[in-house]
Every structure is written in structure tokens, then in C-alpha cells.
Design a binder for this molecule. Sequence first.
Ligand code: AMP
Length: 281
Amino acid sequence: MILFKHSLDLQSYLDKKHKSHNKIGFVPTMGALHPGHISLIANSKKECDVTVCSIYVNPVQFNNPEDFKKYPITLEADILLLEKTNCEILFIPTEQEIYPDKAFMEKHYDLAFLEKVFEGSFRPGHFQGVCMVMDRLLHIVQPTHLYLGQKDYQQTLVIKKLVADMGMNILIRVVPTLREKNGLAMSSRNTRLTVDEKELASSLYKSLKRIQKKLLNGDTIDMVEREKVYLQKLGFHVDYLGITNTRLEEPKKIPGNTERVILIAAYLNNVRLIDNVLIPS
Ligand code: AMP
């Protein structure tokens, strides 16, 4: 694996790959890598000639400074894991590389209703920060393929819109969420949970699956309220639990015969967890 710290070095290396019409797969991450991240790398390796992984904990997407301070950093273990996966390139830029000019941090992205619902309404400014870093990273790497996890469902929609609005020709692949045996969605933030909390945290997925099953059986929606109360009794602070269409439009309406998604965000002892499942049409 080749490790780059400077965008100009990475760009001149990738230039040759672009000129030979190589497929360049990109997996942007914030590190503390786990098998979920690795499945994105594996998908890229299957489809592309070169896979670039980036590790950058992007300060401007953290609406909560405590969360940023506590974000796990495990760079040595990450490098070993990426080596084992035969990832070709790792990009670990400094803040200066990503935001050399203050103007980058002052850009505004039109995300329409996407930054007002679900994650958007509970994490003001978060998706603007995601767009800032993705704008920079995508222009540096110029990938042909981009791999994102379904775990961050709303983020996949935001990044698809960003890529379309920037007129970039990138194939976006959304990779299914990798889970622990008990169903808990793998996440870097899970390292902040105790063993017992990890067991309890799997209740989120179990609630999603119960709602999904009921909906597939044609049952109505008071299920959502019941599951919310149940999770609160277990000790979760639920930011939202809701069902909507796959574009996240009209979150209060529940279209019956289209593909839908159930989304949840909840705190367990100050650790914020998100998850989702799709309901096929
Ligand atoms: P992060 O490091 O949390 O910014 O995540 C980097 C990428 O990995 C994002 O596209 C995430 O959606 C994806 N990802 C995170 N957790 C999982 C998971 N459990 N399964 C699949 N992809 C994931």
C-alpha cells in the first residue's frame, strides 16, 4: 500500500492511472476502521483497478465539539487492516491539505429539504460539513467509482446530490450495512460502548426489524410510537424514529406501495447511534 499525505503527490500518482483509463475506486472514511469499512474496500477492489481509501476526521462536520474530541483514532491498526485487504492507496491528509484556504469552509451547498429532515434537523450544519470535505476529496481523487455505506443512509442521498450538482461523472455504489452477530450496525463510535451496552444497543436494529415485519404484513404505523416508548424505557434517548420514502421526502406521510426506509437515531449513554432498514415495495 502506498501512503500519501499530500494531495499534489496523490494527484500526480493518480494522473497516470487516469491516463491509462483505470477504474479508480474511492472509499472516504474517518478511520477507526472496522469490517463495515473493509466491505466497502472489498467492493471497490472487486470492481476497480485501483482503490483509494482516505482517513480524515473532518472537524467541520461535527456539530458537537465533545463528539469530535472523543472520536476514536486508531491509525496504526487501520493501516494494518488496509494492508491485509490489499488496498492500494491510503490518503491521510492534514487539515491544511483539505482546507488550505478559508474560502473552502465558507462555501454553501444547496441541499434543499435533505438538511432539514432526520439527521439534518438534529445535527445542524453537519451535512454542509460533509459536503465541504467531499467536494475537496472528490476533486483531489477524481474517482470513477465511489463507495458509501447504507448505514449513513441520508448521507448517501446528500453525496449523490452533491456529485450531481457538481456535474461529476462518478458511479456511486451503496454497500449494505455490516452488523455484529446481535444485529448492531458496526460503527467506529461503538468502541465507546461497554460489552453490555453493545448488547443493549442491538435493540435499535431489533426494533427496526419488528417495524419492518409489521409493515410487510400490512399493519399500520402506531408500531413506531410503541417501539419508541419501548426504547426509551430501555434507556435510549431517541432523536427520531420514522418511516418515509427512499428519497426522504414528506417524512410525515407514509406512502404505502413504494419502497420505504425506516430510520433511527438514538443516544445510549452519550453515544449517538444511527441505523436504518429498507422496506421493499
Ligand atoms: P465513517 O468512517 O463513519 O465516516 O464511514 C465511512 C464510510 O463507511 C461511510 O460511507 C459509511 O457509511 C461506511 N460505513 C460505516 N459503517 C458501516 C457499516 N457498518 N457497514 C457498511 N458501511 C459502513
